[in-house]
Ligand binder design. Structure first.
Ligand SMILES: Cc1cc2nc3c(=O)[nH]c(=O)nc-3n(C[C@H](O)[C@H](O)[C@H](O)COP(=O)(O)O)c2cc1C
Length: 365
């Protein structure tokens, strides 16, 4: 048992005391009402997982334009705030802590998911070789249009407004989603950003929008309640960069100055594990970060505890294990077996594969 003890050392973060370092990674489940209001079953889902050191919610769009998949939640309407408030209340009543992941999908969308006449927006008019889940199942993403420089303040304002809404909804903080090929990541990497203005070209310029958004959210919340998620080597959603270590070194250094709650790094993604060169580069990048560092991607309890013990990470977030094991920290602590998640029920549907995974106590009974 002692080898997993580091997972159960409390962690102070932004005035919050996390009782363990087994965090719940953001997980899109496509089970909101079609208008973006979380359904009642989400209250039970998050309540069941309140023993996580911290819950980071599924990605949640900051505006109608930021939506890219069917039945994902938003945080831009009163009904969204009311739905999320019920969730934060139930998590808090169970003794948990919950951050909202703020999302704008950028070019990863389809016109059928957007308001009439709106097309997906992107740093440059480059269509990703990627698909989204819409009303007719999986469809290729639509051709995006390049955002004009004078539209970017509006995007930053959308994040700031969403952050204020999240405060009304009773969250403990915000995670800015700048990973996995969505809008802020699209600006960061030169495979998707061919702009020639102050938001394109050099790594400093490509990092500008993510920094402006993070600063705007921090001005609402205080920097110590704002984290950010990055995926330096991720290729999901047709992402690429000619020099990822330089690009991400630039943004790590700039973000480090903001004294954020944490940096959350997707070190490896389902289906595309990082190779040895990438892991070495991720370790060098990690050395640039002086604040709280959350690692993610393909961890089990032993590996997570080892990373924490040697300072490679301060905490680890778990995605798929938390889908199928609502009481994941307890299972790790007791060395109990894990339930295998059913991929067929990851995205969309009802309570099956959502709130019906067993607790250990139920299994023992
Ligand atoms: C069903 C599913 C939904 C996901 N949704 C999100 C999301 O909304 N935001 C995000 O940043 N990552 C998302 N991810 C990525 C996970 O947060 C995580 O990075 C990935 O599952 C690897 O961690 P794991 O090996 O512990 O599952 C999702 C992954 C899965 C499997």
């Amino acid at each position: 048992m002692s080898d997993i003890a580091p997972l159960f050392r409390p962690l102070s973060m932004g005035g919050l005391e996390l009782p363990n370092r087994v965090l719940m990674a953001p997980l899109t489940r496509n089970r909101a009402h079609s208008d973006g209001t979380p359904k009642a079953m989400a209250e039970e889902y998050y309540h069941q997982r309140a023993s996580a050191g911290l819950i980071i919610t599924e990605a949640t769009q900051v505006s109608p334009e930021g939506k890219g998949y069917l039945d994902t939640p938003g945080i831009h309407e009163d009904s969204h705030v009311a739905g999320w408030r019920r969730i934060t209340e139930t998590v808090h009543a169970a003794g948990g802590r919950i951050f909202l992941q703020l999302w704008h999908v950028g070019r990863i969308s389809h016109t059928s998911l957007l308001p009439e006449g709106v097309v997906p927006v992107a740093p440059s008019a480059i269509r990703a070789k990627s698909q989204v889940f819409g009303t007719d199942g999986f469809v290729d993403v639509s051709e995006p249009r390049a955002l004009e420089a004078d539209e970017l303040p509006r995007i930053v304002a959308d994040y700031a407004r969403a952050a204020a809404r999240a405060k009304e909804a009773g969250f403990d903080g915000i995670e800015v989603h700048a990973a996995n090929g969505y809008l802020l990541d699209q600006f960061l990497r030169d495979g998707s950003n061919r702009r020639e203005d102050a938001y394109g070209g050099s790594a400093e310029n490509r990092a500008r929008l993510a920094l402006e958004v993070t600063e705007a959210v921090a001005s609402v919340w205080g920097a110590d309640r704002v984290g950010i998620r990055l995926s330096p080597f991720g290729s999901f959603n047709d992402m690429s960069d000619s020099d990822p270590e330089a690009t991400f070194g630039t943004i790590y250094r700039a973000l480090d100055k903001l004294r954020l709650a944490y940096l959350h790094v997707v070190e490896s993604f389902p289906g595309s594990d990082s190779g040895p060169d990438e892991l070495a580069a991720l370790e060098r990048l990690r050395g640039l970060w002086t604040g709280t560092y959350i690692a993610n991607g393909g961890f089990n309890a032993t590996r997570a505890a080892d990373w924490i013990a040697r300072g490679r990470a301060d905490a680890v977030s778990f995605g798929r294990p938390f889908i199928a094991n609502p009481d994941l920290p307890e299972r790790y602590q007791l060395g109990a077996g894990l339930t295998t998640p059913n991929e067929a029920t990851f995205y969309g549907g009802g309570t099956e594969g959502y709130t019906d995974y067993p607790f250990r106590a139920q299994e023992a009974a």
